[in-house]
Design a protein around this ligand. Structure first.
Ligand code: HEC
Length: 309
């Protein structure tokens, strides 16, 4: 297996195919997730997400690590090359850390809900060069169903590291980000599941943006830069759902918040007071966006109308 990994290669072919598709048949909604959702489940998958089964650990340092991992899990920048360009993150396949029955990506999936990521990773599959899409597992599933031990030291870390750096051809992430990802996955537990699916809400997205910036303010330089870039990609995912007539002021506000982060990213430590200032301005921005949520594609009614248009 070359370092590029098979999935990265498949994604490169797939994203070229998708670009052609997009040119021929422009998508009905400008939402990134629509690109890999089975057409018959589009509304459901864009409007609902599974409950997250997160058992937050006790202790400030352990909690912080889980929070960093939670952001990294949702950030497309973790994965390299084509996967990043297509906007794929861990959460693309493992929505809310669970599974994604609607996942459909040419060259990567077989049936909806499956993906081929086994090729170079698990020793039992090493050297397997056939197409082998597997059901995407629920990472909060019962321990006896999991393949990678969450308890043994290092097994989960090694698995995730191989996934990021080999299978997805990503750059070596900062150590605090790698540790955070493993801490986050370890904190996903069946006993922490509360309720079924929930509405995809603006509030949840905005809280993740603020969390990423707050974590950046207290991080080393590389981790800080990673988290600020993650915050920007989360803002981008909010912006997509505000691309409707009448919401121009909200989009201008998002662009302004994003431009400030871009400038701060250059040196989050030296810029720490400015990250604080960014956070001071955030509640007012948040309030204005929340006021218009019902007019955006976060509203199931608006989303449905748009998909039918
Ligand atoms: C393209 C879809 C896809 C993406 C993106 C993806 N995964 Fe997975 N993941 C899978 C599939 C499919 C399996 C099951 C592989 C198998 O059964 O051999 C899996 C398995 C796993 C497992 C093992 C589960 C177990 O049973 O113990 C972990 C942990 C995991 N993924 C974490 C991650 C993390 C962390 C990321 C981001 C760095 C990620 N995944 C990105 C599809 C994906």
């Amino acid at each position: 297996m070359d370092r590029g990994g098979r999935l990265a290669g498949a994604l490169s072919a797939a994203s070229a195919a998708l670009l052609l598709l997009a040119a021929a048949d422009s998508p009905r909604v400008p939402i990134r997730e629509a690109r890999w959702a089975a057409p018959d489940r589009l509304f459901e998958t864009l409007s609902r997400e599974p409950a997250e089964c997160l058992a937050r650990p006790v202790g400030a340092a352990a909690r912080r690590s889980v929070e960093i991992g939670r952001i990294a899990f949702r950030a497309p920048l973790l994965l390299g090359g084509q996967a990043a360009r297509a906007g794929i993150s861990c959460a693309t396949c493992h929505r809310s850390g669970r599974d994604n029955p609607a996942f459909l990506f040419p060259g990567v999936s077989g049936d909806p809900g499956t993906a081929d990521v086994t090729s170079s990773l698990m020793s039992s599959h090493r050297g397997d060069r056939t197409d082998n899409p597997r059901p995407i597992p629920d990472l909060a599933g019962p321990p006896e169903r999991l393949k990678v031990s969450r308890t043994g030291p290092g097994a989960l870390e090694a698995f995730i590291h191989g996934l990021v750096v080999e299978e997805f051809d990503g750059a070596e992430p900062p150590p605090a980000v790698m540790a955070g990802l493993a801490a986050y996955v370890r904190a996903l537990r069946p006993e922490a599941c509360r309720g079924g699916s929930r509405r995809v809400s603006l509030e949840g997205r905005l809280d993740a943006v603020a969390a990423a910036v707050r974590l950046a303010a207290g991080s080393d330089r590389d981790t800080g830069r990673f988290l600020i870039t993650a915050a920007r990609s989360l803002l981008g995912a909010v912006d997509e759902r505000f691309r409707l007539p009448g919401l121009e002021r909200d989009r201008a506000l998002l662009a302004e918040a994003d431009a400030e982060l871009r400038a701060l990213r250059e040196d989050p430590r030296r810029g720490a007071p400015s990250l604080e200032r960014w956070l001071e301005r955030w509640p007012e921005r948040r309030r204005r966006l929340m006021r218009d949520e019902r007019r955006s594609l976060f509203s199931p009614a608006i989303l449905r109308a748009q998909l039918r248009a």
